[in-house]
Write a protein that binds this ligand. Sequence first.
Ligand code: AKB
Length: 314
Amino acid sequence: MKRILIVGAGGQIGSELTVFLRGIYGGANVVATDMRECRTLAEDGPFEVLNALDATAMASVVARYHIDTIFNLVALLSAVGERNPQMAWNVNMGALNNSLEVARQHHCALFTPSSIGAFGPSSPKDGTPQDTIMQPSTIYGICKVTGELLGNYYHHKYGVDTRSVRFPGIISSVTLPGGGTTDYAVEIYYEAIRSGRFTCPVPPDVYMDMIYMPDALRACVELMEADPTKLVHRNSFNLASMSFTPEIICAEIKKRLPAFTMDYDVDPVKKEIAESWPNSLDDTCAREEWGWKPEWDLSRMTDDMLAHIRTKLA
Ligand code: AKB
C-alpha cells in the first residue's frame, strides 16, 4: 500500500484529491498538509501544517510517516502570478524544488502537475503535440516548463520516479479555483444557479482545454499506478478531455436554463493569457503510454455541475 504525502492539500485539486486517495489507499496512508489548518482534511486522516518552502519540515514529515509518494500541488495560478511574478516564481519553484530534493533523499515517487499554461503563443494551436515549441508568456507557464525539465532531469540523473500531467482548466463543484484564467468555466455554473446571469472575463470565441474533476483525479491515480517501463515521457503528459469557448459553455447552460444570460467584461490580462494557450491538446502519448481516456464531456459535466451546485446553494 502506498504511503502518500499531499503538499498543498487545501487547494482546488488537493482538497478533492485527498478524499479520493484516502478512499483508495485508506485514510491513515494519506497525509494531507497545507500552510493553514484545514479542519475537513483532518477529519478522516492525518493532517499537518506544512510550509512547502521549508524543506527540512517537509523531509521530517516524510520520514515520520514513512512516505513513499509525494503529490506536490502548490501553485500560484496564471492570472494571479502576473500580478506578482517574483512571488509566483518563489512559491511555485520553491515548493517543487523542495519536493524534488526530498523525493530524491527519501526515495519517493513524485507527482507534480504541469498545465496547458506551459505552452505559449508560438506553440501549435490545434491538436498541440506532446513534444513541441514551449515558450510561455506567463510566469506561471515559465515555472511549469522549468518544472517539467527539472522532473525529467531528476528522473534521468537521480532515478527519481517523477510523473506529471499538463492539466487543462479543472472544473469542479466542490472547491472554487482562485487566480486562474480558466476559472470562468467554474464561476459560470455558480452564477447560472445563483443569479441566472454571468459576466465573462474571457472573450467569447477563445477555446481552452478543460477537464472535469473526476477525470482529473482519476488521471493522477492512473498515472501514478502506471507501469514505469511504459513511460517514455518524464517531463509531463498532455491530457485532453474537452475544449470549448465561453459561447459554447453558455449555450450548453442555456439548454437547461433558457433564461440564463451572459455578457462580457473582458479582463485584458486573462484575454492575453487565454489567447496564448492552445485551443486543444493532442493527448496520444498519455493514451498510449498509460491508457488515459476521459469519461466526461461538456454535456454530462454540465448536468452534473448544475445538479451539485443547486443542492449546495439550496
Ligand atoms: C489557470 O487557469 O491558471 C489554471 C491552469 C489551466 O493551469 N487553471
